[in-house]
Design a binder for this molecule. Sequence first.
Ligand SMILES: [Zn+2]
Ligand SMILES: [Zn+2]
Length: 85
Amino acid sequence: MLVGGCHRDVQRHYVPTFRDTVRHRHLPGDCRPVPVRETIAPLDCHRDARRHFVPGIGVVLHRHVGQDCTIRRINRSTEPKPRLP
Ligand SMILES: [Zn+2]
Ligand SMILES: [Zn+2]
C-alpha cells in the first residue's frame, strides 16, 4: 500500500493519500503521511502561467502545482492555453 515505506525523515514521493507527489514524513505508529513545507518557501505560488526568475532555473514561463508549489515549466507550443475567468 505505502509507496516508499514509512520513513521518519522528510522525503518527496507520490503519496496515494494526497494523490500527489509531496514532501512529507510519516508519523510513527500508523505511518500516516504528514505534509512538510519547504524550508525555503517559493516566492509565490501562482496557478496561472507567469514568467519570472526562478532560483536555480532562471527566467522561465511556468506555473506552480501541488501542495508544495512545485514549479512546472510550460512549453508554449504544447501547453493548452489557460482558460480566462
Ligand atoms: Zn513517504
Ligand atoms: Zn512562479
